[in-house]
Write a protein that binds this ligand. Structure first.
Ligand code: PNS
Length: 168
């Protein structure tokens, strides 16, 4: 009797500080390709994030509700070890421009060396979002520029709250 195919779990790791419409587009597309997509935030003690891991998870959950096969999580330590714990066979990464490629290639080779059973799959960013990064969005917002259409409305509202809380 033929074996039943195993559901394929993919991890989409990142900082997501905050999630942008570029990330959201990738989540939408990747969630259509895999049985489960785990969007997972790196806990990075060395970075000073705008939003705590808890807040970023809340934001991801708020915008991710339309995708029933998307799970939101966080991790620390090596990504491939975390992926193995979650039974994921695939790591998803987005490429916006050639400038992303070198860093991504390095990470892919290192991750493959650490665990050859986990494959990294790249999705090219939608051209409409190829110039967006969390870092640029924060900078433009801090300097009073218009970021509507670059992040989900709920994220923009939270950014305004961060200003009121003096965190910007
Ligand atoms: O969105 P980002 O900040 O570019 O994501 C980077 C991320 C989280 C994918 C990367 O820093 C990572 O995987 N960190 C976990 C630690 C690790 O496994 N390092 C070795 C990677 S080769």
């Amino acid at each position: 009797m033929a074996r039943q195919p195993q559901p394929v779990i993919a991890i989409y790791p990142g900082s997501f500080d905050p999630i942008t419409n570029g990330h959201l587009d990738l989540i939408r597309r990747a969630s259509g390709l895999f049985d489960t997509l785990v969007v997972s935030i790196l806990r990075n003690e060395n970075k000073q994030p705008l939003f705590s891991v808890h807040e970023r998870m809340e934001m991801l959950r708020e915008v991710g509700t339309e995708f029933p096969n998307v799970d939101v999580d966080c991790f620390d330590g090596l990504l491939v070890q975390y992926a193995a714990r979650r039974n994921a066979k695939v790591i998803i990464r987005g490429i916006r421009a050639i400038s992303d490629y070198e860093y991504e290639l390095q990470m892919t080779h290192m991750n493959r060396r650490l665990n050859p059973h986990i494959e990294t799959v790249f999705l090219m960013a939608n051209e409409a979002y190829s110039f967006i990064s969390s870092k640029l969005v924060k900078e433009v917002f801090r300097l009073g520029g218009d970021i509507s259409g670059l992040v989900p409305a709920s994220v923009e509202a939270r950014m305004r709250n961060q200003v009121l809380a003096g965190k910007f």
